[in-house]
Design a protein around this ligand. Sequence first.
Ligand SMILES: NC(=O)c1ccc[n+]([C@@H]2O[C@H](COP(=O)([O-])OP(=O)(O)OC[C@H]3O[C@@H](n4cnc5c(N)ncnc54)[C@H](O)[C@@H]3O)[C@@H](O)[C@H]2O)c1
Ligand SMILES: *[C@@H]1O[C@H](CO)[C@@H](O)[C@H](O)[C@H]1NC(C)=O
Length: 318
Amino acid sequence: MSACDVNVIAVVGSGLIGRSWAMVFASGGYRVKIYDNQPGQSAKAVTEIRKQLDELEEAGLLRGALPASRQGALLSSHDDLAQALDAAFFIQECVFEQLEVKQSVFQDVERLVGQDVILSSSTSALVPSSVFAKMQNKSRCLVSHPVNPPYYVKLVELVPHPETATAVMDTTHTLMTKVGQVPVLFKKEIDGFAVNRVQAAIIAESWRLVQDDVISVKDIDLVMSEGLGMRYAFIGPMETMHLNAPEGLEDYMRRYGDGITRLLHSAGPVPEFRGDGAKKVTNEMYQLIPGDESHLSARKERRDRLLMHLARLKDDHQ
Ligand SMILES: NC(=O)c1ccc[n+]([C@@H]2O[C@H](COP(=O)([O-])OP(=O)(O)OC[C@H]3O[C@@H](n4cnc5c(N)ncnc54)[C@H](O)[C@@H]3O)[C@@H](O)[C@H]2O)c1
Ligand SMILES: *[C@@H]1O[C@H](CO)[C@@H](O)[C@H](O)[C@H]1NC(C)=O
């Protein structure tokens, strides 16, 4: 184990999210060492990322100050975990979303790195106290939860274990900011963090409105994409309220608070998301966009292209 270098980051797991993290860190000028336990997988990831960096540069959408060739040269692939972790000061884990897999990966990692190395998990749905339950030293462990695709959607939820050191949260916050992400700090862990909790509330109400035959799938999506979403790309729900009454948030709640309370009390139970009870909603969606690979991938490409442009717009107008 050699001394760690503040310019070197290791990414463990080279699937969708591992590759995105590697691109984000390389855009910030970091050397990124990629490991995957499937032999050849990390090498394939590096080849594909380099190709993608060239395409992004071609399209004028490359992040960071370095040209694509220099960013690509910062990446290396490793089939050996110890070799991948060597010299890294920060480890971003991106393996399968299975508790036992993550716990065992972190136990291996902990055996191989020094005490000052930060151990960060990409988990979407596991709280830090589960992911890191088997670690000896939990004070340098945290969750850094990205939003897909992280290259265009910059939010990162930084969630501490109850024992995580403040300095570890601060260093990670600084790192994420430096590579152009937008980190938010949690004061304590909670199931679903914030993105998935807020998203679940939106999903539930949208689902109920379709299921209760109030509105179609197509139109409830327009409520977000052409209505609420227009603001939310730039200002959140709190500032939206603050700006929507002459004297700000208190005034807003004097005027509209009772109405919001009434609507919340009238919200139905948690909907049935599967089985026969869900058929009405799912059938409508499949009629709009069939669930086969070609229809879905065309819509995903459109989504990513639009997100790229929105990311650009946000960079230009903060
Ligand atoms: N996909 C998303 O939208 C998204 C968003 C935010 C967070 N995440 C989280 O990121 C993590 C990775 O998700 P993904 O979508 O990239 O998954 P994925 O299946 O695309 O990639 C996982 C990779 O990890 C590798 N792997 C599995 N076990 C390993 C081990 N023991 N050691 C090393 N490598 C191993 C696999 O070979 C694979 O390449 C998950 O925890 C997921 O919840 C995903
Ligand atoms: C645990 O990790 C912290 C943060 O990196 C470090 O300062 C501390 O020395 C470690 N504790 C032990 C017992 O090694």
